[in-house]
Design a protein. Structure first.
Ligand SMILES: Cc1cc2nc3c(=O)[nH]c(=O)nc-3n(C[C@H](O)[C@H](O)[C@H](O)COP(=O)(O)OP(=O)(O)OC[C@H]3O[C@@H](n4cnc5c(N)ncnc54)[C@H](O)[C@@H]3O)c2cc1C
Length: 567
């Protein structure tokens, strides 16, 4: 049994809705996952509302540099891509989900190309494939050298805007999803049956509370990187979807597995546009031959792993962090000076520009780097079609935990997953929408964590739940979070994000304390090795009292899949 000592916020405070609208499906989030789902739903003439708290096409997707992993070359094989994914996942991947992802990936790339994606090509016109850590073959499809995510966002957002113009999608920007609308329990429901979701309460761009009522709610809200003070993630990645899902009663899984990217530019934020987001130096730079060194030029990864600088991320980041602590250093260096100006200019123009903007020239000097929070392998328990343990609630992309990423994501598998799962979820809902349900009366008012607490939450996560953690640090974090002030009143979006980050921080620390081993990207200083008894997932739900409880692995999802198959 895993329990938090202090109750979490059960509902975000909100006034009565000033407006109520009805549709068939609401997609929350417009990164790759949400846009892919929305496109598929619009193609099938399902009425769909798409909302984002930013602008259409924002989120981590737009910042991705390396690209998308897919087997598109005769020199590669699906079996090798599966094997590389399973190896990186350190025993916690769902092999069937991985096989489905890998075999669907080439079609997902093809679909983007049909929509107009201009991926980089070699002299013969074939896709120019990059290499990244943990991959045993060149299989990373990229665009604009290192602007791959921007291209994915561009084509998918373009397709969605076209559907909006044709009246097939309703899209609203600057609209913040607060909480799911929970359905009134049906008379036939078993007493302990998980609930159902029938819409979402939002704050619209005028600051007005409204309700979208829908047969399906698709969470595509991305990751949680903003929990940490240093992250590659944009300001939108505040774990809102994870917190919303847990408040709706959904099971969440493997939250302790936060991947830290090894190479974030280690200079103080020089640009006001960064908004807490660190500058990432893509792994593809190491794929082309750059190496990690200390100030004296000693190779950091030599002899550590057969793939050296291209070892899986968890290995590289943890090795760097140990090196930094052992030698009392602030950062290491990525040396790509031998790659030459042409390579930097042609393959990594955005990274080159971002470094030069901050006073570093990678062509002539090693780039100071350190690891930072990057990708959440855990999330809302879901299958690759997006079904969660709560009826009517679906989760896709980084917000979901489908078993594809295991204890450590293989580089460039996440956009691929977002596209495949978003598309499959759209197809599932186009085939069969859940029944329309009546919402139960939702509470209004309530307490929230003020935005002023966010700096403390960030500091605590960075100090206590960083790359290297132990029981003492997790307990310290849980104590700090439990002692966080809560206030009543009318929250701003910044207060709501702080409240969600508080919930997410408690979830992550609880899971990281519970898993007494080191595996994948979860590294404990007090339990330094994997333990066979932990070769399993850690799945949790929130109780009605706002505490966390460990629950069975499937946590109701298998039952929902069975019912649907039987229907
Ligand atoms: C710098 C960087 C580089 C990366 N490089 C790669 C790479 O090369 N290859 C790769 O595979 N992966 C890469 N990743 C990871 C990858 O980009 C993400 O995992 C993936 O794009 C997630 O897509 P998504 O659609 O699930 O979420 P996102 O793209 O993050 O989109 C989330 C959406 O949800 C919205 N949202 C969030 N909360 C709310 C709310 N409360 N209400 C309304 N809307 C909300 C956001 O505004 C946004 O529209 C990188 C990530 C970063 C940050």
């Amino acid at each position: 049994m895993t329990r938090t000592r202090h109750p979490l916020v059960r509902r975000l405070p909100a006034t009565e809705p000033a407006w109520i609208r009805e549709t068939d499906a609401v997609v929350i989030g417009t990164g790759a996952a949400g846009l892919a789902a929305a496109c598929r739903l619009a193609d099938a003439d399902v009425r769909v509302a798409v909302i984002t708290k930013g602008t259409l096409g924002d989120g981590s997707t737009a910042w991705a540099q390396g690209g998308l992993a897919a087997v598109v070359s005769g020199r590669d094989s699906l079996a090798q891509h599966v094997e590389d994914t399973l190896t990186a996942g350190a025993g916690l991947c769902d092999a069937q989900a991985v096989r489905e992802l890998v075999s669907s990936a080439p079609a997902a790339v093809e679909r983007l190309i049909e929509l107009g994606a201009a991926f980089d090509r070699d002299g013969s016109g074939a896709l120019d494939l990059g290499l990244e850590g943990g991959h045993h073959a060149r299989r990373i499809i990229h665009a604009g050298g290192d602007a791959s995510g921007a291209e994915v966002s561009r084509v998918l957002a373009g397709a969605v805007w076209s559907a909006v113009a044709a009246g097939r999608i309703e899209a609203t920007e600057h609209t913040y999803a607060l909480d799911a609308l929970l359905a009134s329990p049906s008379r036939s429901a078993a007493p302990r049956a998980a609930g159902a979701v029938c819409g979402v309460r939002v704050i619209d761009s005028d600051g007005v509370v409204g309700e979208w009522r829908a047969r399906a709610v698709v969470l595509a809200t991305g990751g949680i990187g903003q929990l940490w003070a240093t992250t590659t993630n944009p300001s939108t990645s505040t774990g809102d979807g994870l917190a919303l899902a847990v408040r709706a009663g959904a099971a969440v899984r493997d939250l302790e597995f936060m991947q830290f990217h090894p190479t974030i530019l280690a200079v103080p934020h020089a640009s006001a546009n960064d908004r807490g987001r660190g500058v990432l130096i893509s792994e593809a730079v190491r794929g082309e031959g750059a190496v990690l060194v200390d100030a004296d030029g000693n190779r950091v990864m030599a002899g550590v792993h057969p793939l050296a600088d291209l070892a899986p991320r968890d290995v590289v980041s943890a090795t760097m962090q140990h090196y930094l602590v052992e030698h009392d250093l602030d950062h290491l260096y990525l040396d790509g000076t031998h790659l030459g100006a042409a390579m930097w200019e042609q393959h990594f123009p955005s990274i080159l520009a971002m470094c030069r903007d901050r006073g570093i020239d990678p062509v002539t000097e090693p780039v100071p780097v350190r690891p930072a929070a990057h990708y959440h392998c855990g999330g809302v328990v879901a299958d690759l079609d997006g079904r969660t343990s709560v009826r009517g609630l679906f989760a896709v992309g980084e917000a979901a935990c489908t078993g594809v990423q295991g204890a450590n994501r293989l580089a460039s598998n996440s956009i691929t997953e977002a596209l495949v799962a978003g598309d499959r979820c759209g197809q599932l809902l186009a085939r069969r929408l859940p029944p329309r349900r009546r919402p139960a009366v939702a509470a209004t008012g309530g307490a929230f964590v003020p935005a002023a607490a966010r700096a403390m939450i960030n500091r605590s996560a960075t100090r206590n739940a960083g790359l290297l953690r132990d029981a003492d640090s997790m307990v310290a974090m849980l104590d700090q979070l439990a002692g966080t002030e809560r206030i009543c009143g009318t929250p701003t979006p910044a207060d709501l994000e702080a409240t969600n980050l508080h919930t997410v921080g408690t979830l992550v620390a609880t899971a990281a304390l519970r898993r007494t081993e080191s595996r994948g990207c979860h590294r404990r200083l007090d339990h330094t090795r994997p333990r066979p008894s932990w070769l399993r997932h850690l799945t949790m739900i929130m109780t009605a009292a706002g505490t966390l409880e460990e629950t069975a692995e499937g946590a109701g999802l298998a039952g929902i899949q069975r019912d649907e198959d039987a229907a």
